[in-house]
Design a protein around this ligand. Structure first.
Ligand SMILES: [Zn+2]
Length: 146
């Protein structure tokens, strides 16, 4: 088995709990907590097809909605067809969650205490949109573009 398929299997064992996907006030669909989360608590994981970063950049150019995360210099995960609810996590310039990448995991943690029913958001940081996509997060400190 290649190391890539190992990562994939490893990520598919993750339990999906505590969140649901529904229509977002920010953009399209979003991820919402069904339970309260404490600051620092893991809220969930994202997984998907393991591809090269080159292939990730190629795909990103072809699509308006991108669910591709680079996990290191060589590999990226495309979550577009994944069952992970976190492929729908919206960006906010004042997010309540953050993403951590390491050892093949893409994990999300609460930045502060989060109430049940709140939409979970993270700061995408630098994106494949290259600062051309208008941001709709509505935060007072919104950077306006992604
Ligand atoms: Zn914003």
């Amino acid at each position: 088995m290649s190391s890539q398929s190992c990562i994939l299997l490893h990520l598919m064992e993750v339990e999906i709990a505590g969140v649901e996907v529904r229509v977002s006030g920010i953009d399209g669909k979003g991820v919402f907590g069904l339970v309260p989360f404490r600051r620092g608590q893991r809220v969930g994981d994202m997984w998907g097809e393991v591809i090269s970063t080159t292939e990730g950049m190629r795909r990103a150019k072809l699509r308006k909605r991108i669910a591709i995360v680079e996990i290191d210099e060589a590999l990226a995960v495309d979550a577009r067809r994944s069952a992970s609810p976190f492929r729908y996590i919206n960006h906010s310039c004042q997010p309540n969650s953050y993403m951590r990448i390491g050892n093949g995991w893409i994990r999300f943690y609460a930045r502060r205490n989060i109430h049940s029913g709140e939409e979970l958001t993270c700061d995408y940081g630098e994106t494949q949109h290259e600062g051309k996509l208008p941001c709709l997060c509505g935060a007072p400190n919104c950077r306006r573009f992604l």
